[in-house]
Design a protein around this ligand. Sequence first.
Ligand code: FUL
Length: 506
Amino acid sequence: MLQCIRTSIIFCLFGLTACIFQKAQEEGPYYEKSVRLSQGLSLDEKVKMAARVVPDSQQYKWQKLEMTAFIHFTVNTFTDLEWGKGDESPDLFNPTEFDARQWARIISEAGMKMIILTCKHHDGFCLWPTKTTNHSVKYSPWKAGRGDVVREVKEACDEYGLKFGVYLSPWDRNAESYGDSPAYNSFFMEQLKELLTWYGDVDEVWFDGANGEGPNGKVQVYNWEAYYRLIKKYQPGAVTAIMGQDIRWVGTESGYGRETEWSVTAFAPGGSGTSKNINKQLGLMATSEDLGSRDIIDKADKLFWYPAEVDVSVRPGWFYHKEQDDKVKSLEKLVDIYFNSVGRNAVLLLNIPPDTRGLIHENDANRLKEFKTYLDNTFEKNIAFRAFTRFPGARKSVDGKEDTYTFIEELPAEIEYKFPFVEEFNIFMIKENVSKGQRIENFKLEAFKNDEWVELASSTTVGYKKLLRFPITKSNRIKLTINQARDNAMISEIGMYLTPDSTKLP
Ligand code: FUL
């Protein structure tokens, strides 16, 4: 008899768990990377489909990196230029204390997860001993022509647990074949193939769209599709950025993303003719303020998971210039950039240009240290962790786990969280479970103070991560209201933080 009761209890519990579990799920379909919107669909139907566009596994992994580093280093470092002309002698390239391990150590200690190296900038000088041209380190005095910057950086990345990306400028002011489209395309693909096959795993390939040829300059038609095929063949795990298919340029080099930053856009990725036509028809550019609102979705035939990357330099220039040694961005500025890039559903790509010694300058290194200390001190204690809440499933948004989430079907939804003690806070973090799409369109945060609910902050989209700042507030109760979403909302985590006393920021 006792056995029978025990079995029934187990079954009941099992049933209950299954029921709760089911509630936290939704039926598919999901659309990996893109979806075609057939004619005749209503706007509501289109919006629901937009909500179901999801990243592929590489894009999702990339998004979780949050902070990555750019390294601009080449002959420009020695000529003091931003854009080399292409006629620089390889003799100029001669760093005296080159140390890629110093770069990787500083970058990993700063909490960044990848280095993207300018293997070839617009001047065409190659930082590896390529077989395609004599315009490379092989013909420089550095290490008597036996050096390979790309190899040393890749090995340093491996040593410090960093991912590795290559920047290869399509625009090449040195290559004779540039402008003879088929010839240059083969030359470029040979260079790309060397980078993809000589050094082990490549995690990101960055194709710059810049071109300064002007109206009377050389006209080169790039074979983007062939470049992408080559990358898929040799590095299927890599994401391709900017003039690539996976990662979108946020549209500015200021370090600031959009407040409303949709990872699902009507803006078509890459440089192919088809993408160009789509974007022309919709009047969209990477710099457009709106790439994914309901209005845009209504006009689109196809939607893409195409998340934003925010590239910005720690100094005014992309390359090192001695006279900018005292112009390294302030801690305050870097923090502001962090909140407006990582905190706005983008990945930050922060450029740190090594100097003529081939080292990251002390001023940059010290600033990165301060930046990391600020981030550690600020985000070390999540006041909302394990907060009490009555909203069904809302504990999953304060359990510190990425893969659990609060599933919300009915909107607007008000979720109240109660802390064990009255706390001080001035930063709110919210994350959506973007592995199932980006959906939230509008939310607000309130705190219970002096017997009433007071609004602290509100915003539009969330995506992978949204960070909001407001004046220091004291309370033991907060309320999150999700006003509008494109489909069921899924909050993977929320956080409440206080800026450390030692800094006067934000
Ligand atoms: C731009 C280039 O022209 C700059 O020199 C720099 O490399 C920046 C990241 O991209 O398009």
